[in-house]
Design a protein around this ligand. Structure first.
Ligand code: DON
Length: 575
């Protein structure tokens, strides 16, 4: 039930109000049957929500110039890569979930980074087998082969209507003319200052005179503008081959990295089937492996579905949700990785039977210590940044995109002459079983390092559909992405607006470490006392979670709403 259900609901309302057409008309075997003179039902407005007002504006401008949601997505992603360099960009990767209204199809574009061909299983361990501190976090060894430029080109060439050069123009403009340093971007830069100092090409731009810029100082990126011009003129070859590729590889190797020209030339995006699941009348279309998001969401929904509304109410509902998170993240750690390299029992993991069996051991009143679940031993650490945007156009095309350089400013390394901040996505691999990464996630062999492999992700661009209409959802937040999307989905099912979804207070459990981390205000004092009495270990986090961007289309009112997280500096607008 996607467009079919949405439009059925809309049409039913419309038709029962006007009593013009019989029900049989809308219940076609494989889709809708329209009366000859009826146009397809489409959103009254377009909506764009992103983490930066300039990126949102770039998307709206493309739509105003007659581009579709996919064109707009390229412009938004490219602009974010320039004006929100802490979070995503041309040295990173990501996932684009699409809905094509014409063909009524979902598409998932995996533009995740790949490990370079010279990567090895134990490359981040010393001679004694211990992790070498910082190697997956800063500098060129931390960087996978970027996928985001290829993703943008793929999107423009296969789904867009406008020339790539036109879609990259706003990004080039901001790279050339500069953008004022924002509070958030500065926060991240302060955090990464020492690493940035190690990369002269990055320090030249981001630490003028060797010092942090002030908020509002204009940051110009002329090398990046030149890189983008080559991309605009030559498409993927303008990045993955030729001068840009040479500069990237030279810069990486000169600083001790292992990339080759072949690594870049061989990079391809992969189209995958999105993971589709449902919960109590809500259809959820979301990210498949190498994102863990879809599987974790499906597992949690299957777990919750075994309980009644009464059981899921109040503090007991919070307890059961935490127990669901614990078990799904345990499976993430044990079983999930890039299916092009390892076998993952996906169908079994997302089957209802599997979660039924897990539920059998769950107490309604007591927390299960994670150590009581068979799995991976606890060790003990944290990190931040990435970006998500949501778009719908007036034809009903949709984009949910989560793109990233991983932690703040990625590897904090720029190969000279490129202006490209490289990701540190290699940290998303499990460098040794049980050793936590920057997001305190542990993993096993399924997510070990191998040449060409994609590190397991939590990024979860998602479409929700029900008789309410559509919600386009996603957020940064590392390991917490999935539980943020999860709780927004549950809230939307219960009537939450786009504004409610981006604003709601968040909590999270990821199996290990065995604790519920939460934002101030997520629980009442009474909830906290009750959860502690059940045996839950709770920790209020000093920093807010995520930076969610949501677009909703309420089909009964035909109203599009766009909302950006109050924790961030983004903007949601309709057009
Ligand atoms: O793919 C992932 O799961 C991570 N690289 C995402 C990083 C992230 O969201 C950082 N944000 N706080």
């Amino acid at each position: 039930m996607h467009r079919f259900a949405i439009m059925s609901a809309v049409l039913l309302r419309r038709f029962t109000r006007t009593a013009v057409v019989s029900l049989a008309l809308v219940v076609g075997a494989c889709g809708l049957v329209f009366p000859d003179n009826m146009q397809r039902f489409t959103p009254a407005k377009a909506g764009v929500a992103s983490a930066d007002p300039r990126a949102t504006q770039a998307g709206l401008d493309v739509l105003a110039a007659g581009g579709n949601a996919f064109d707009a997505a390229v412009a938004v992603a490219a602009t974010l890569g320039v004006v929100e360099p802490s979070s995503s960009g041309f040295g990173g990767g990501g996932f684009f979930l699409l809905y094509e209204a014409d063909s009524d199809r979902y598409r998932f574009i995996d533009a995740r980074e790949t490990a370079p061909a010279a990567a090895t299983h134990d490359m981040y361990l010393d001679a004694d087998g211990n992790p070498v501190k910082g190697l997956t976090v800063s500098g060129p060894l931390a960087a996978g082969i970027p996928g985001e430029p290829a993703g943008m080109v793929y999107l423009a060439e296969n789904f867009g209507t406008k020339p790539l050069a036109e879609l990259l123009a706003p990004a080039i403009y901001h790279a050339e003319n500069g953008f004022p340093m924002s509070r958030r971007a500065l926060l991240g830069l302060r955090f990464r200052k020492n690493s940035v100092k190690q990369s002269p090409a990055m320090a030249d731009v981001f630490l003028p005179g060797g010092e942090l810029p002030a908020e509002g100082d204009v940051i110009r990126q002329p090398d990046l503008a030149a890189t983008l011009r080559r991309l605009a003129a030559q498409g993927a070859d303008g990045y993955y081959k030729g001068e840009t590729a040479r500069l990237l590889v030279d810069g990486v190797r000169a600083a001790g990295g292992i990339w080759t020209l072949d690594d870049l030339a061989n990079y391809t995006v992969v189209e995958r089937d999105p993971l589709v699941t449902s919960y109590r009348g809500m259809k959820v279309v979301t990210a498949p492996l190498p994102s863990s998001g879809g599987i974790v969401l499906a597992q949690v929904f299957n777990f919750l579905d075994g309980y009644s509304d009464e059981q899921l109410a109040g503090v007991q509902g919070q307890h059961l949700l935490i127990e669901a998170m614990r078990r799904a993240y345990r499976d993430r750690a044990l079983y999930l990785g890039d299916t092009d390299f390892v076998d993952v029992p996906v169908q079994r993991l997302i089957s209802r039977d599997y979660m039924d069996a897990q539920r059998a051991d769950v107490s309604l009143t007591r927390a299960t210590p994670s150590s009581a679940l068979e799995g991976i031993p606890d060790d003990g650490s944290s990190g931040d940044q990435t970006t998500h945007f949501s778009i719908i156009d007036t034809d009903g095309n949709r984009v949910a995109a989560t793109i990233t350089v991983n932690t703040w400013y990625g590897a904090a390394f720029v190969p000279p002459g490129t202006g490209v901040i490289l990701n540190n996505e290699m940290d998303d691999f499990s460098i040794k079983p049980g050793v936590p990464n920057e997001f305190e996630l542990v993993g096993a062999e399924a997510n070990s390092v191998a040449p060409g492999k994609r590190p397991l992700s939590s990024m979860s661009p998602t479409f929700l559909e029900s008789d309410r209409g559509v919600a386009i959802v996603g957020t940064p937040g590392g390991s917490r992405i999935i539980t943020m999307v999860l709780r927004s989905a549950l809230a939307w099912l219960n009537g939450a607006t786009a504004e409610d979804m981006v604003s709601m207070k968040r909590f999270h459990h990821q199996y290990l470490p065995d604790r519920v981390s939460y934002e101030a205000g997520a629980f009442t004092a009474a909830d906290i006392a009750a959860l502690q009495a059940m045996g839950h270990n709770l920790k209020e986090e000093p920093r807010p979670f995520g930076n969610m961007n949501v677009v909703t289309w309420d089909t009964s009112a035909n109203r599009v709403t766009s909302a950006s997280d109050p924790r961030g500096e983004g903007e949601g607008r309709v057009y």
